[in-house]
Ligand binder design. Structure first.
Ligand SMILES: [Zn+2]
Length: 440
């Protein structure tokens, strides 16, 4: 029994094969012939690799190894730090399949392999240290060269978080519409072990979908690919084009961290997993993960600070930070109801002016109207008070002597004058405040 598993530097699998016993070579050849045709050639090569390396490790004929030999050998593979879990799982599968075929009549796993422990993939995700912000993504969208790329980035980062291969497979057949708008039905990538489909709405990226539809080089129908080769609707965007698109974008945006196709998926799922309105089982479904997968939890990477915030929010001392919400939302045209990009000046459909500045102005104007109303109210109140004051004065002073009345009237007028002056001063100040605002 060797103490380490795997290829030694400088040797090839074919060379290792030559060092095996004739019996082991025959076993491998026979198993290979038996499997050929039922699986892909790539898988066949992997099986052969596993068996050659395992025979090399245990240093005895497959038939002579007892349960202890196989368990000890397997545990060396199981403990190996150089191997990925995925390749250990492959080895596990191949070795057991081989033993079942050669020594279990193809019906059951023989006793000798029953001590092998299956390597499990703990939900593990290597998230980049620094994720782009909403602003960074919007900057990337601006730097895209065409509506197709703009929609790819916005749809993936803001709405769906779908895998790049799932995006590439999308056709216009997968697009549906209900009373709330468009949604895509995605065929979940098979590698995840899930063969279901899932539907995801187009919300934040809707304006970019419209732009893509307007400039699409063909009919936005049937099996034409949503993300197609420029000018060729029936050919999906090539894998290489996606990598180069992200390389290009990375060079043009101010964000300095990792920026590749999967970054958008991470951005989307991280944001959504922090939203208390999003149920984790549903987010799993949306991400195309299996029910047993635990990967979604890893997207949350909560820290101490988050717990401290939560304590305050739960006790009603503070509102929960809402950094999971997008700030730059599409603007719906008040005239034709079309959804436009957050920074659109005019509606893409009907040319209605949508400028954000104008909307800010509107808000400012509303404030001024409110203040003017207050001034008018104040002036009306002054008037009411004075009318009442005069009535009271007349009632009080009916029947007194003329000289007394003269004196009282004078006092009353002086007091009245003072009140009016004070109130007018106040009204002037308020008016001046509004005028000053207008200047800026
Ligand atoms: Zn419009």
């Amino acid at each position: 029994m060797k103490t380490t598993y795997g290829k030694i530097k400088g040797t090839t699998i074919a060379e290792i094969y030559q060092t095996l016993s004739q019996k082991n070579q025959d076993y491998i050849t026979e198993f290979e012939a038996w499997k050929k045709g039922s699986i892909t050639d790539k898988r066949l090569a992997l099986i052969k690799n596993s068996l050659i390396k395992f025979a090399d490790l245990i240093e005895m004929d497959f038939a002579d190894a007892n349960k202890t030999d196989i368990t000890i050998g397997w545990n060396i593979i199981y403990a190996s730090k150089e191997l990925a879990v995925k390749s250990k799982q492959d080895d596990y599968l191949h070795i057991r399949q081989f033993y079942k075929h050669a020594f279990g009549d193809d019906e059951e796993y023989p006793r000798v392999v029953r001590g092998m422990k299956r390597p499990t993939q703990k939900g593990h995700l290597r998230l980049p240290k620094k994720l782009p912000s909403e602003k960074d993504i919007n900057e990337a969208i601006k730097m895209c060269r065409n509506p197709r790329d703009k929609f790819w980035v916005s749809w993936t980062a803001f709405d769906s978080g779908v895998r790049p291969c799932e995006n590439r497979a999308l056709t216009w057949d997968d697009l549906s519409k209900d009373e709330h708008g468009y949604f895509f039905t995605i065929k979940t990538a098979k590698d995840s072990g899930d063969t279901e489909t899932r539907s995801i709405r187009v919300i934040y990226s809707e304006p970019y979908l419209f732009e893509l539809m307007k400039s699409y080089p063909g009919e936005t129908k049937r099996s034409n690919f949503v993300f197609c080769h420029l000018g060729k609707p029936s050919i999906p965007l090539a894998k290489d084009s996606i990598s180069s698109m992200f390389r290009r974008l990375k060079g043009r945006i101010s964000f300095t961290g990792d920026f590749h196709a999967y970054t958008l998926r991470h951005f989307c799922l991280t944001r959504m997993s922090k939203n208390p309105k999003v149920a984790i089982p549903l987010l799993k479904k949306m991400a195309g993960h299996t029910k047993n997968s635990n990967i979604i939890a890893e997207y949350q990477h909560f820290g101490d600070e988050d717990v401290l915030e939560m304590n305050l929010a739960a006790a009603g001392r503070k509102d929960l930070k809402k950094d999971y919400e997008l700030k730059q939302n599409p603007i719906r045209c008040p005239h034709c109801d079309t959804s436009n990009t957050y920074d659109a000046e005019v509606c893409g459909k009907c040319n209605f002016a949508l400028s954000q500045e104008r909307m800010v102005d509107n808000e400012e104007m509303q404030k001024q109207i409110e203040e003017l109303k207050n001034i008018v109210d104040k002036k009306n109140k002054i008037y009411d008070i004075e009318v009442k004051e005069n009535h009271r004065f007349i009632k009080e002073h009916l029947g007194i002597s003329d000289s007394q009345l003269m004196k009282a009237q004078k006092e009353h007028l002086i007091a009245f004058q003072k009140r009016v002056e004070r109130m007018e001063e106040e009204a002037d100040k308020a008016e001046q405040k509004i005028k000053n605002k207008e200047k800026f």
